[in-house]
Design a protein around this ligand. Structure first.
Ligand SMILES: *[C@@H]1O[C@H](CO)[C@@H](O)[C@H](O)[C@H]1NC(C)=O
Ligand SMILES: *[C@@H]1O[C@H](CO)[C@@H](O)[C@H](O)[C@H]1NC(C)=O
Length: 304
């Protein structure tokens, strides 16, 4: 082959790869930034009786990289801090810090927002699509002295461990660079289980209905197994956006000026493909809250 041909091929490869990266970023990123919402009716009893609150017992649905050890975690009271703009100006930081564990999602920052969201982060549930965002500041998130536990969820194609999972590979590399980092991935079985729960609750097949589960969905399912009591901050309920005079806030508290939360939710709810069903998810959360110790603050949910 001539050098010229080789360089053409090489250039082609580089262009294709860049395009791929761009497409992945643009098609997936917006969807992760969301918070959870959920659907309708699966018997909570069915779902949680098999996984009763397991005190310190290792959870086989989440395994560490690279050692493949199951996640051991138990909290009395978990504060789950949403990434919603609802967190702004509520000054909930102190209250959040009072619970035994503080959970956050994706790359939601604390710096600069301490008064509203608190400082501590004991655990972060992270979407596969947000992993590149964490890796932009690896020292901050994974550096020595950081005790935060990371639980990453994602589809098998990105999370497979055979060398073909892009996101898994990134995480693996991160644990090589930062050997103290505590990173867990959601197993394929657990991912399927979360899909099954969605189907049971909403009667809809997640894949057939063309939607993605949100990080909030994975977070609440994990929290129900790990926390005796769950306090969710900054999550709106399923009717919030239809309520007269609702508070217009940015979709994420750390992205001022972005599309407002309700506009984003409506867009997702009606997207024929690739959206999150935030509103549907919220309705499911409300149902769970009737049989589980889950409470919602800022805004408060009236659950009778
Ligand atoms: C650990 O990482 C979290 C992000 O999950 C960050 O908010 C916190 O400041 C970091 N802590 C340290 C001691 O670097
Ligand atoms: C849902 O949120 C709206 C607006 O905050 C509130 O008026 C309504 O009572 C809430 N419904 C429930 C069931 O919490």
């Amino acid at each position: 082959m001539t050098t010229e041909k080789k360089s053409v091929i090489l250039t082609g490869l580089v262009v294709a790869l860049s395009l791929f990266v761009v497409v992945v970023n643009y098609s997936e990123k917006p969807y992760f930034l969301l918070q959870p919402v959920l659907g309708q009716s699966f018997s909570s009893r069915w779902m949680f009786s098999r996984q009763p609150h397991k005190t310190f017992r290792p959870h086989p649905g989440y395994i560490s990289i690279p050692k493949q050890e199951p996640l051991k975690l138990h909290c009395d009271v978990c504060s789950v801090v949403s990434s919603s703009g609802q967190m702004l100006s509520r000054q909930a930081g102190r209250e959040i810090e009072r619970s035994s564990c503080v959970w956050r999602m994706n790359n939601a920052p604390t710096r600069g927002f301490e008064t509203d969201v608190g400082r501590r982060t004991d655990l972060r549930v992270v979407s596969h699509t947000s992993v590149p965002l964490l890796l932009q500041k690896p020292q901050h998130f994974f550096g020595e002295g950081n005790e935060t536990v990371y639980v990453v969820w994602g589809p098998l194609r990105n999370m497979r461990e055979d060398g073909k999972g892009i996101v898994y590979n990134m995480l693996r590399q991160a644990t090589e660079n930062y050997p103290h980092a505590r990173i867990y991935v959601t197993t394929e079985e657990r991912m399927n289980y979360c899909d099954t729960v969605f189907k049971k609750e909403t009667g809809k097949d997640r894949i057939q209905s063309g939607s993605y589960l949100s990080t909030g969905w994975f977070t609440l399912i994990l929290a129900m197994d790990m926390c005796k009591e769950i306090r969710v901050y900054g999550m709106i309920n399923d009717t919030y956006c239809k309520t007269e005079g609702y508070r217009k806030v940015p979709y994420h508290y750390y992205e001022a000026g972005s599309r407002d939360e309700c506009a984003e939710y409506l867009l997702h709810e009606s997207a024929p493909y690739g959206g999150h069903r935030f509103i549907t998810e919220k309705a499911v959360f409300a149902k769970w809250a009737k049989t589980h110790p889950i409470k919602f603050f800022y805004p408060e949910w009236q659950l009778s």
